[in-house]
Design a protein around this ligand. Structure first.
Ligand SMILES: NC(=O)c1ccc[n+]([C@@H]2O[C@H](COP(=O)([O-])OP(=O)(O)OC[C@H]3O[C@@H](n4cnc5c(N)ncnc54)[C@H](O)[C@@H]3O)[C@@H](O)[C@H]2O)c1
Length: 339
């Protein structure tokens, strides 16, 4: 049995990944390390809490001594690193935590893993020859696009928010460990995820929640900002594939080829809610209101996923219209009791 460290597994994507990975990989015991910030919730991983190949540990990736002790205790063979401060709006009001967790925290994990697995540059200790560090990142590191064009793995980095700058920095540290130490690292840069277990503060849960409570549904600016939406389980499948088959030192973009603007997202959700949970009077669309735009709001992100599709055979199973229906069904269950 191999031990794998997954960080941030109580957050949105991590909590979708953890049960998926445990189910598919009977040769792994998974340790989920999460400090449980406001964004982490053990409810998200309730379905695996008593699983024999799962352990939860509360702790901070920025605490080097603690991370070293964890490596000694569990003798990790691999790491998949999700933990991060992830909300762009929070990085505008309080950027420091982003630099600390996303840059210093990633460095800590990477460096402790290197020392645990390697005796010198390009020299893995016996038993760790296949050990891999998989870093989860975002397409936001590439900056913004105009009306056309797509981000490829060759697109130069041009982060525009403190969040994306911190992720770009961590990607660079990971890259350097491949080139300097010959460490077996891979990075995946993913577009906007949506699906079950996402924090209330993010766009899609906010639209659904505000619709159901009868409040205004806030849309930034003119609602024309475009994101390339990916259903979270498709992302998890891509991560697992890159973790197992990706080439060391490479980066892979993961995106659903599902560009949609924010206004379309809000309208689609309202339309589906009209059908799935009709209002007594009127339509949910009546609640949509435009609010002052986010500073530095990138216009458009879109991913060219050709590399992961052709080299590793990945493809998104959901398009936005099928994935959003599943997502709404999940949130209806959640909110119906909570609101
Ligand atoms: N959500 C998206 O659309 C998206 C898209 C592309 C990439 N990503 C990346 O995927 C990863 C996961 O994103 P998410 O949306 O699930 O984020 P999230 O904010 O929902 O979850 C992050 C988790 O990390 C934990 N965490 C934060 N600081 C920590 C620390 N110092 N030590 C230990 N744990 C800590 C939190 O408690 C939380 O459970 C992030 O690296 C993010 O940059 C997210």
């Amino acid at each position: 049995m191999k031990n794998i460290l997954v960080t941030g597994g109580a957050g949105f994507i991590g909590a979708n990944f953890v049960p998926y990975f445990i189910e598919n990989n009977p040769d792994y015991h998974l340790v989920n390390l999460d400090i449980l910030t406001y964004a982490g919730d053990l409810e998200n991983v309730k379905e695996v809490e008593n699983h024999s190949r799962y352990t939860f540990v509360k702790g901070d990736i920025c605490d080097r001594v603690f991370v070293e002790e964890l490596f000694s205790k569990y003798d990790f063979q691999d790491v998949i690193h999700f933990a991060a401060e992830s909300h762009v709006d929070n990085s505008i009001s309080g950027p420091e935590a982003f630099i600390k967790t996303n840059v210093l925290g990633t460095f800590n994990l990477l460096d402790v893993a290197r020392k645990h697995w390697m005796s010198a540059p390009n020299q893995y200790k016996t038993g760790y020859e296949n050990s891999r560090f998989h870093h989860i990142s975002t397409d936001e590191v590439y900056g913004t696009l105009g009306e056309t064009g797509l981000f490829t793995e060759e697109t130069p980095y041009a982060p525009n928010s403190p969040y994306s700058a911190s992720k770009a920095s961590s990607d660079m540290v990971v890259r350097s460990y491949f080139h300097t130490f010959g460490m077996n690292v891979v990075t995946t840069n993913c577009s906007n995820n949506y699906g079950p277990k996402q924090h209330n503060e993010k766009l899609i849960p906010t639209i659904i929640r505000k619709a159901l409570t009868g409040e205004n549904i806030p849309i930034y600016g003119d609602g024309k900002n475009v994101r390339d939406w990916l259903y979270v389980l498709d992302h998890c499948k891509g991560i697992e594939l890159v973790f197992q088959k990706g080439k060391a030192g490479e980066t892979y973009n993961i995106g659903g080829r599902n560009e949609r603007n924010n206004l379309y997202i809000a309208n689609t959700i309202c339309e589906l809610l009209n059908e799935m949970k009709p209002k007594a009077t009127g339509k949910y669309q009546d609640q949509i209101t435009f609010v002052k735009d986010r500073p530095g709001h990138d216009l458009r992100y879109a991913i060219d996923a050709t590399k992961i599709e052709t080299e590793l055979g990945w493809k998104a199973d959901e398009n936005f219209e099928t994935g959003i229906r599943k997502t709404i069904a999940w949130y209806l269950e959640k909110y119906i009791y909570a609101l």
